[in-house]
Design a protein around this ligand. Structure first.
Ligand SMILES: [Zn+2]
Length: 246
């Protein structure tokens, strides 16, 4: 199937632009030659938004997912939308308000993994509440302490940027991979690293998601809950706003 140029990989702040229809799959999913719609992957949900046709009519996009490979990006229309013609040029626009929240939350998950340097067993980014699960038998941490340290990193206004490395570089730095169960995709010959801080002094780890450009843009966040999930797992919940007084 068609390969789509994934514009969000180089510019997470791209909200709109034009693209050409290169395929419609058997379930009505729309494939484009290029897109800024992020497809669900790595715990971050795909974008929603709108495609505008040449005649001014619009197609609401309810979800964005990957197909057989991560390079195949499928725009899933909401119910009862008219499908575009093959070869037609569309104007794309993502739901930016939602995406920017996801970028802030996703970046916050990276910051949490800096403060809690334990193997990650799961993660899920959402608009209002994100979670990271750690392999952590004894939680000698409180949500108050973690919140204070998270906000130190946010207020430090550290740059967040990406860098591509070879598989060999990753092999020689196994400490870069924090996820216990998910290995970064191999075979493409190169790995996308998300770095935080000048010269990546705060953190760097393989990730294909979208992030804000500086930690200050994450804004005020707090740990809403630390839950026990099984004998060896702790689930940390990140929420926007300041820690409610207990
Ligand atoms: Zn990430």
């Amino acid at each position: 199937m068609a390969q789509t140029e994934a514009l969000f990989r180089d510019d997470a702040y791209l909200r709109d632009g034009a693209a050409r229809v290169v395929g419609i799959n058997d379930r009505g999913g729309i494939l484009l030659d290029r897109t800024m719609f992020y497809a669900t992957s790595g715990g971050q949900p795909g974008d929603t938004g709108r495609l505008t046709r040449e005649d001014g009519s619009t197609i609401e996009i309810a979800a964005t997912v990957t197909g057989e490979t991560k390079d195949e990006i499928i725009h899933v229309p909401a119910a009862e939308q008219v499908l575009p013609e093959l070869g037609e040029t569309l104007q794309l626009a993502i739901d930016w308000e939602r995406r920017f929240k996801l970028m802030r939350m996703h970046t916050a998950c990276h910051l949490l993994s800096v403060i809690c340097p334990f193997p990650i067993t799961g993660a899920s980014v959402n608009e209002a509440d994100s979670r990271v699960d750690f392999d952590l038998p004894d939680a000698n941490v409180t949500k108050e302490d973690v919140t204070i340290r998270l906000m130190e990193l946010v207020n430090g206004n550290h740059p967040v940027f990406t860098r591509w490395i070879s598989e060999e570089e990753l092999e020689s730095n196994p400490g870069l991979v924090k996820s216990k169960n998910v290995r970064p995709p191999r075979g493409a010959g190169r790995i996308r690293l998300v770095c935080i801080g000048e010269e990546a002094v705060v953190d760097s780890q393989p990730c294909g998601g979208t992030h804000v450009a500086s930690t200050a843009e994450v804004g005020e966040i707090h740990i809403g809950k630390i839950e026990k999930k099984g004998r060896e797992n702790r689930r940390f919940r990140i929420r926007f706003g300041s820690l409610p007084a207990s």
